[in-house]
Structures are given as C-alpha cells and as structure tokens.
Ligand binder design. Structure first.
Ligand code: ATP
Ligand code: MG
Ligand code: MG
Ligand code: MG
Length: 581
C-alpha cells in the first residue's frame, strides 16, 4: 500500500475561531471548530476527513472486540420495506420516530431505526437447525430516528452510526452465554475508549423481552437519570426503578401528590411473561397515589395502559375511590405487603375495575376483595384481582399525576442504600429479547430431538458516533481536543515554523521517519502561516504528540510537545522519533 504523508496545506479542513451558535456542549463546539464535523440539518452531520479518521478508529476497537466475542460482521441496508416492522407491531410503536417514505410504485419503505426484524428474517431465510446455532452477527451502520430533540451535535443525532449485534440461540442457556459474551465485549470496548460507565438495570419497555441492561456514561450532559447505591449492589435507570414508599413522609396530609409504581408495574406483556399468564388474566398493573381532595385524603389509582409501555410521569387517568382509612397494626400483620394509607373499605360488593383500552385489552387494577371491603394491595395474586371497571363511574380523568420523584437517601429495592441519583448518557444497551421477534416472524429451528423450537434472541447496541462525541467531551481543555492515543486521527503532528528552508526540510524528514515507523503522521507544512496560528490549530485538533521544527532546526534541535500534559522538551532531531516510540 502506498502511504502518502498527509499535509495540513492540502487537508480538507478549516478550523474556526468562533463556537457555532447552536452548540451547547464542549464536544459539539470543538468537533465543529476543529473541522471534524459539519452540520447539514438538525441532527444530521457530515464527517470531514479528520472526523472520519477518528470514527474509523472507534469502529476498529469495536470490530476487534466483536471478533474476539465471536460475532461476525455483515451489513444491512438502511432502506427497508415497512412490512418488516408491521409484522412485529413496531411500525406503530415507533410513531413519528421513524422516517417513512414511499417508493415510485407506492410501496411503503422506512429508514431503519434499528434492525431486529431484518436480521431475524435473514436468519430464518438461511438457517433451520439447532446445529447452525449459536450465531451472533452484527453491523456498523447508520440508523435513522426522527428524534424529537436532536441535540449536542452527534450525541443525539437523527442519523447516527450504531454497532448493532443480534444473537440467535435455540435454548435459554445459549442466550445467557451469548448475552454474557456481548456484555463482556462492551466492558472491553468502553475501557479501551477510556469512557467511564455504570451498568444499570433497564426497562424492557416496548422492545419486550426479559433482561435488559444499559451502559451509562455518568455525565452532566446526559439525558438519562440513574440511581445506584455506593456499594454498587444496585444500579438502575429511573425508568426501571421502583421507588420505595415511606408512609410517614409520603402521606403527610399537606404533602404533594405522590405516585408509587407497585413492584413490577410495567407492561401487561412483560408482567405476563414474568407471571406466566396470558393478558386476559388479571394482573398487577397499577400505580397508587394519595391526594388531598376537598379536605379529605383519597387514594388515586392509576391504571397502566393496555399492552404498551406507559411513561409513569404521563399517566392521565386517575381512579378515585370514595373513602380511605389507614390500615391498622393488625391489617399490616395480616398483609405484610401493605403500606399504611394504601388500604381501606371501598365499595360494597365490589365488582369493578377494567376499562376498555384503545388496544382492546382492558385495564386491570390491583385490588383485593375482603368481606364487604376491597383491599388495594399491589400483591401479585391473580385471584385477588378484579375487572370490569366502568369509566366515568369508577374513574375520573383528573389531569396529570406525576410519578414519585427519585429521592436521594431512599433505600434501594434490594435493601442496600441509600440511593444516589446521577445523570448519564446511554452508550450501550444489551438486551435479552427472548422469543418475541422470532415468534412474530416465525423463526424456528429443529432441536436435537427433531422438534421445531422458536429461536431465542438478544440484541446489543453501541452508539458509535455518540461514543466518539463522549470521548471528545471527556478529553479536552479550553484550547481544544486532546484525543486518547487509541482514537486520535493521527499519532503525531509535525509542525514546521519559522523562516528559511531548514525547519521545513527537518519537518519533512521527521514526518517521513514517523511514517516509516508505522505512525500516522500529519505534517503542518503550510507556508506563510504564523507560528501562533499553527500552534493554535495543533491544540484545537488535539493530536497527542506534536513535534515542532522551528528556529533551532538548523542546530539539529526540535521540540516535542505533549498535548495532554502540555510539556515541551527540546531533543535532537536524531532522537525525536526514538523518544516518541
Ligand atoms: P436513548 O435512550 O439515548 O434515546 P436508545 O435507548 O433509544 O437511546 P437504543 O435503541 O438502545 O438507544 O440504541 C443503542 C445505542 O445507540 C444507544 O445505547 C446509544 O448509544 C445509541 N443511540 C441511540 N439513539 C441515538 C441517537 N439519536 N444519536 C446517537 N446515538 C444514539
Ligand atoms: Mg431513544
Ligand atoms: Mg434508552
Ligand atoms: Mg436503549
């Protein structure tokens, strides 16, 4: 391969002195100012030569670790038939988040936001036996999501690059092993990128499936909140966190409205999977709140909606029973899961609950019927649940009920504590999908007994471009970027400054030497550019090592400048390379 030394005199880059107007976070400002990315539309960016080099290096780390984990690379198109997503219901679930288009014949197409369906269908196309499995395949590819709020440059883009891997196994043990292999690979990737991370329990949400963990990079610019304990025994995204009610505090008569998800207040589908029931059985799926209403305390019950994930902060339907009494000591002894204030006589001969939802699956509230009294328990006892609630009679829509705040100091659900809340950004997500997609798309194989079994899957995503931006966010100072060696666009920048031919000749020689040693080298050979401008650009661009061939070149001396420590040392031209490598 012919190697050509890259030169700043011809490199397609213009550094900027001013921050772009719309940029709020440092990485966004610096990636634009240093000539790595250019905005094309909100959340859509072009990658200039410098940016593309860094991207390729991030991808390289990911590829190496995927290979180590036994995953094979392939590539799907971003443009896919909408049918793929209709088959799993995600065409609706994604809503406005999906870019949709029609081809010239009117066939509906989408720009893929993620690729579970395409991978599943292709494996179905080609494989039919347990002997073909396990299989983990992945791609590094652009994804399209019409994010409501694209922000912070490539941190949240509408086009962004993801590494998405998918595992296929014919039994549960296989899935556990495939999942663990990806999880381990993720740890290695983030360590190599030098990104701090916390692994938190995540909500399985609209994806369905059982086990899901997110890798969050703790940072103030993050859009996720997670809670964890100092001893590390508990960590969860708030979306998957069940607040622990503390009666004395939460039921103060003049306190604010509080809502508590009961343990496992999730989607009906997810709960069914846990409880091994079907959606027409009664289910635990309720949120309780205490409000002050016309001088009286009332329990408000909020039903989660049908078969979909509902954001607890945005529940709109509330249920108002007539009276509430505080539980007695005896009640609490009989029902250890009760919380004072949550129970009370309700209606005689209660026959209620269950509102027709838009999806056709009724709402289920969690209540226990005693002799003439109804106990709201939150217990997962199918027989104790009731249905057939009448909207209007039993429910009123009384506006928004806010979910309980995460309160620092609460005990964690595992008993450890107190919890600490922090901001973070999701850098990776590992997910046991289980059989949901394989079932919807009919992916089965023959097991060792010749029986057809549905394949069980995992899905594993890393935001390549988001990770790159976070590396920049974590590695900069007020003068520019400071790339870690593993992802820097170049290993060394050789700068020629000063009058006469000598510095330029020495710089050429050093660049050639660096190149011969296998280093990636950029040569600042721009004529008639002041040393101040050259040094300013060197700092902005952030290559780890800078060699300055200046006025002492004639005496055979150059300066070695470490971008991170800012240390400069004078060395002889002959020693320069040896000192570097
Ligand atoms: P977020 O919660 O930040 O919206 P997500 O849960 O929607 O992310 P996944 O579907 O789990 O994202 O995708 C896998 C990975 O892709 C994420 O962990 C994240 O690193 C990255 N990612 C997701 N959305 C974006 C985006 N809009 N821009 C850049 N990277 C993204
Ligand atoms: Mg998202
Ligand atoms: Mg997320
Ligand atoms: Mg995610």
């Amino acid at each position: 391969m012919t190697r050509v030394i890259e030169r700043l005199s011809s490199l397609f880059v213009r550094t900027l002195r001013e921050d772009p107007a719309e940029a709020e976070v440092a990485s966004h400002k610096l990636l634009v100012r240093a000539g790595y990315i250019r905005r094309q539309a909100p959340g859509v960016f072009a990658w200039l030569p410098l940016g593309l080099k860094v991207r390729r290096r991030v991808e390289q780390i990911i590829r190496e670790e995927m290979t180590r984990a036994g995953a094979q690379e392939m590539l799907f198109p971003a443009l896919l038939p909408a049918d793929f997503y209709a088959a799993t219901g995600r065409l609706d679930d994604y809503g406005d988040g999906m870019f949709r288009l029609d081809d010239r014949k009117g066939a509906p197409m989408v720009l893929a936001p993620t690729h579970e369906e395409a991978f599943t269908l292709t494996v179905k196309d080609l494989y039919s036996s347990y002997k073909d499995l396990p299989l983990t395949i992945y791609q590094i590819q652009d994804k399209y999501r019409d994010e409501a709020r694209p922000r912070a440059g490539v941190l949240r883009g509408r086009e962004f690059t993801m590494k998405d891997a998918y595992s296929f196994d014919w039994n549960d043990e296989g899935l556990d092993a495939s999942y663990q292999a990806q999880r381990d690979a993720y740890e290695r990737i983030f360590k190599r990128l030098g990104l701090d991370y916390v692994i938190v329990a995540a909500d399985s949400g609209a994806m369905g499936g059982s086990k899901s963990e997110e890798f969050l990079h703790p940072t103030e610019v993050g859009e996720d909140t997670f809670v964890h304990t100092a001893d590390g025994s508990y960590a969860a995204n708030v979306e998957a966190y069940t607040a622990t009610p503390a009666p004395a505090r939460d039921f103060a008569a003049d306190g604010p409205v509080e809502v508590f998800p009961t343990p496992g207040a999730r989607t009906i589908a997810a709960i069914c999977e846990q409880a091994g029931c079907t959606p027409d059985q009664t289910l635990k799926n309720v949120v309780l709140a205490l409000v002050d209403h016309e001088g009286k305390r009332e329990v408000v019950i909020v039903a989660l909606e049908g078969d979909r994930e509902v954001d607890l902060k945005r529940l709109e339907v509330a249920f108002q029973p007539r009276e509430v009494e505080t539980a007695t000591e005896d009640d609490l002894k009989k029902h250890p899961q009760l919380v004072p204030g949550f129970i009370g006589p309700w209606r005689d001969g209660a026959q209620f609950l269950g509102k027709e939802s838009t999806t056709g699956i009724p709402y289920y509230l969690d209540a226990r019927i005693g002799d003439g009294s109804t106990w709201i328990t939150g217990a997962n006892e199918p027989d104790a649940h009731v249905r057939s609630l009448v909207f209007g009679r039993d429910f009123v829509a009384d506006g928004r009920v806010e979910a309980a705040e995460v309160r620092a100091g609460d005990p964690a659900p595992n008993g450890a504590g107190p919890i600490i809340a922090e901001r973070g950004t999701e850098i990776g997500h590992v997910f046991q999908l289980g059989r949901k997609y394989a079932e919807a798309l009919g992916l089965q194989v023959l097991d060792p007994n010749g029986k057809r079994v549905t394949v069980t899957m995992g899905s594993y995503g890393i935001g390549v471009t988001r990770n790159l931006a976070l590396v920049a966010e974590q590695n900069h100072d007020d003068r520019g970027l400071i790339w870690p060696e593993e992802v820097a666009p170049f290993d060394v920048l050789v700068v020629a400054t000063g009058k006469g031919e000598e510095p330029f000749a020495v710089a050429e020689r050093l660049a050639a030497e660096a190149d011969a040693q296998g280093l990636e080298v950029l040569l600042d050979d721009r004529p008639k550019v002041s040393p101040g401008v050259k040094f300013g650009d060197a700092e902005l661009i952030g290559v780890p090592w800078i060699i300055i061939a200046g006025k002492n070149s004639a005496e055979g001396l150059v300066e070695l400048w470490n971008r991170r420590s800012n240390e400069r040392t004078e060395v002889s031209v002959d020693d320069a390379m040896a000192t570097l490598t």
